[in-house]
Write a protein that binds this ligand. Structure first.
Ligand code: NAD
Length: 357
């Protein structure tokens, strides 16, 4: 199979971590007989410097025309004082809306080798943490009307939380499809005891369930879900939820796994075109030192293979290679512990590629 991948190296540690993911993808290509064609796209601070724009239209077009997009990270102190509309992060927002990605998928997975990094008790971690939060990305209260006004001399602010059934249905389908590729359990999270938008959410999820008889659907109130994520995270396979609930729960979920450098993410829309990136930023404090952890980016590349290219066994192989790397005691500085072997970013990419056989 031949796939065109738009590659956004970005700023800070972006170029270093992307290079490692490319190493891994090239090795996968050679083992499984795929050709990955990488096209560089400028976005973020480097694009401001080169083109005077954090994401020029012709760069966005390269992403839209690709089979999928792999992103390192953007931003840094150098561009802190540029006007708001020119900030590196504006490129990211324009990229997401230009690609029409309305679903953000973030796995929360604890690697047994790194269990001590979790802030949770060992007895909870030992049961395993391995779930995905599917979050609606471009609707809900963040995108409703916002206003602050004076009513009878009292400052009053309003933010509107609105969803229509179509918006719920399309994210619901991503939830069901994701569960279908995993352990076939989907938990729909809402606040239907209080909110009309949540009651509609729950109704649509149950209508969809009849199209996915192989997936077991359950419902959970968001406040209970926040508790269950720390009390018994092993119960979850896939969580699907609206924008603001997902924003909060996905940060909670990433914390319990222990290290920001290990976590990948994907954003998807109606088709298979996706945006894949680690959850961390450009880490300017360690840029250029060859000490960044590239695993979040490498695992983002694995998600790309699984969710955009339908290459499950290739994705499994990458995850296994990361696991072998950790089993052998290799650690980057951020996850280093006593008795382990510290390696740099580039060496980590090389060692993980070598685990692919
Ligand atoms: P950050 O995630 O870049 O860094 C937070 C801390 O985690 C730092 O100490 C950093 O060294 C460490 N860290 C992050 N990734 C790591 C890795 N792979 N390996 C080892 N250590 C790692 O967050 P920040 O410092 O708040 O933001 C820095 C810049 O990144 C800002 O300009 C911000 O706007 C931008 N940012 C970009 C994205 C994105 O591109 N999607 C996301 C978040 C922040």
């Amino acid at each position: 199979m031949t796939k065109n991948i738009a590659v956004i190296r970005g700023d800070g540690i972006g170029p270093e971590i992307i290079e490692q993911a490319i190493k891994v993808l090239q090795k996968i290509g050679s083992i499984y007989g795929h050709t990955f064609i990488f096209t560089d796209v400028d976005m973020g601070g480097c694009a401001i410097d080169k083109w005077g724009d954090p994401l020029p239209d012709f760069m966005l077009e390269k992403c839209i025309q690709s089979d999928s997009v792999l992103l390192g990270a953007v931003g840094g102190n150098k561009w802190n004082d540029v006007p708001g509309y020119m900030r590196p992060e504006k490129g990211l927002l324009r990229l997401r809306s230009g690609m029409g990605v309305y679903s953000n998928n973030r796995p929360a997975r604890i690697w047994p080798q790194l269990a001590d990094n979790s802030p949770l008790r060992k007895s909870i971690v030992d049961k395993g943490i391995d779930f995905i939060i599917v979050r609606e990305l471009i609707g809900g209260i963040y995108f409703g009307d916002h206003r602050t006004e004076d009513i009878d001399g009292i400052a009053t602010a309003t933010d509107v939380l609105m969803y229509n059934e179509e918006e719920i249905r399309r994210i619901g389908r991503i939830g069901f499809e994701t569960a279908r590729k995993r352990n076939k359990r989907l938990c729909s999270v809402e606040k239907s005891n209080v909110l009309d938008s949540s009651r509609l959410w729950k109704k649509v999820m149950h209508e969809l369930a009849s199209e996915y008889p192989d997936v077991e659907l359950s419902d959970m109130l968001v406040d209970n879900c926040a508790m269950q994520i720390v009390k018994n995270p092993a119960q979850f396979d896939v969580i699907v939820t609206e924008n603001m609930f997902g924003d909060i729960l996905s940060d909670e979920a990433s914390m319990i796994t222990g290290s920001i450098g290990m976590i990948p993410s994907s954003s998807l829309g109606a088709g298979t075109l996706g945006l894949y990136e680690p959850i961390h930023g450009s880490a300017p404090d360690i840029a250029g030192l060859d000490i960044a952890n590239p695993i979040g980016t490498i695992l983002s590349a694995a998600m790309m293979l699984r969710f955009s290219f339908d290459m499950d066994k290739e994705a499994d192989a990458i995850e296994k290679a990361v696991s072998n790397f950790l089993d052998k005691g290799y650690r980057t500085a951020d996850i280093m512990s006593q008795g382990m072997v510290e390696v740099g970013c580039s060496a980590a990419g090389k060692l993980i590629s070598e685990e692919l056989k």
